[in-house]
Write a protein that binds this ligand. Structure first.
Ligand code: ADP
Length: 392
């Protein structure tokens, strides 16, 4: 049965059918209409997509179609009181993937004009003849709000530790330790260390906010990875490696094509990965940076190409930063690139880490249209790899 017939048959309220139907179909919010018994008589495409409904929903009780949260109770309330109200509900979709939806739902009960009102009608009191239910999807807003709240909580937490250490040691110095030759130097050193940590944190936060800004577009130009490493990265990295007696090596495929990159961002990526490799590798370990050309499959286009069955490939440069350090359990891989995520919080802080490095690195690589991933085994070492576009 065509959908409009259902509406048409319901009531004179829907007389102006074409206009009503257009409105219903064009509405970006999900809309469901049910009769006084709660039976679904209409729903629009937006709701179908939002809740992954199928047409079998027509003729069923609305509460059977949307069973989670307190929707059934709310629908019953709207129909029995005949009063308009709105409420936010959350629904968990199981298919095609598990997803939580946050929906602002408006219940608009309708009383349809009756030609002759019978005693039974009057006895029915305020019970609605139908109910229009509008579902406004606020999931993105709620998820973003949560991310913001978590971020502020994380930043505050990260700031609190160095700030209270600085406050505590400064107070102890002022209360007399300044005159104590045995401790004052050490106390000032602690204050200095925490101040540096604050500087790193603020600088990482500023980098992140720049990278996440929709207005930020890195200017990519052909660059030589070899020159960048030789001139801007190698010396400083060798110094850090030397402090831990770590053998730091660089292997570049020869010749290595130029890459499309923003030099200072690329420097930040490589420096960060080498710093981490050195940080999380015990004394006398090994850290190696390798760069080579790889062929990457291009995702299949929607139009299949007749002539060749060969998958299309494009050339990329793959950079691997390999260490034989503490390694990472595979269950943490997917979370490593999240802001403030650390496998071992205490160890990271002890090393002066902010927990933001890999998140910055991932943003930069993605802005370069590359990919980043990790392979690692506990106590054997880690390899952080990323790809870059070859300059044509
Ligand atoms: P941090 O400032 O803590 O180093 P990152 O974002 O750079 O923050 O890294 C996140 C976490 O990933 C680290 O805390 C550490 O647990 C893990 N990690 C990163 N690089 C390595 C590595 N080379 N070896 C082992 N663990 C690593």
């Amino acid at each position: 049965m065509p959908q409009h017939e259902t509406l048409n048959s319901m009531t004179p309220l829907f007389q102006d059918q074409p206009m009503l139907m257009t409105l219903l179909r064009q509405f970006q919010d999900g809309i469901l209409v049910c009769d006084s018994a709660g039976i679904v008589v209409e729903f629009n495409q937006a709701l179908k997509e939002l809740l992954k409904l199928n047409s079998a929903v027509l003729g069923k009780h609305a509460a059977q179609c949307i069973v989670q949260d307190d929707f059934p109770v709310l629908l019953d309330m709207a129909l029995s009181t005949g009063e308009f109200f709105e409420k936010e509900i959350s629904l968990k979709l199981e298919k095609p993937a598990i997803k939580k939806l946050y929906l602002e739902v408006r219940f608009i009960p309708l009383s349809l004009p009756k030609h002759t009102e019978t005693a039974t009608d009057q006895a029915a009191g305020k019970r609605a003849d139908a109910c229009i239910i509008i579902f406004h999807d606020v999931t993105v807003i709620r998820v973003t709000e949560k991310m913001r709240r978590d971020f502020v909580a994380n930043v505050s937490h990260e700031l609190r530790t160095p700030l209270s250490a600085i406050e505590g040691y400064a107070e102890t110095l002022l209360e007399g330790a300044l005159d104590d030759d045995a401790v004052r130097h050490d106390f000032v050193k602690v204050i200095h260390r925490h101040a540096i940590r604050l500087t790193h944190l603020v600088s990482d936060l500023l980098d992140l906010s720049k990278l996440e800004s929709p207005d930020y577009i890195p200017i990519l130009s052909p660059s030589s990875l070899v020159d960048l490493v030789e001139s801007q990265i190698k010396e400083l990295a060798q110094e850090k490696a030397k402090e831990k007696e770590i053998a730091l090596r660089f292997h570049f495929e020869d010749p290595l094509p130029m890459v499309m990159a923003d030099n200072s961002s690329l420097q930040q990526v490589i420096t960060n990965l080498i710093d981490n490799a050195i940080k999380y590798t015990p004394k006398k370990g090994q850290v190696t940076l390798k760069a080579r050309v790889i062929e990457q499959a291009v995702s299949k286009s929607s139009k299949p190409q007749k002539q060749s069955n060969q998958p299309k490939v494009k050339k990329m440069i793959q950079v691997d930063v390999i260490d034989n350090g503490i390694g990472i359990e595979s269950k943490y891989f997917s979370r490593l690139f999240e802001r403030f995520y650390r496998v071992d919080k205490a160890r990271s802080r002890e090393m002066g880490g902010t927990g933001l490095g890999l998140s910055i690195v991932k943003h930069i690589v993605q802005l370069h249209e590359g990919e980043i991933w990790v392979n690692s085994k506990v106590n054997q070492g880690s390899t952080f790899s990323f790809t870059l576009q070859v300059a044509s």
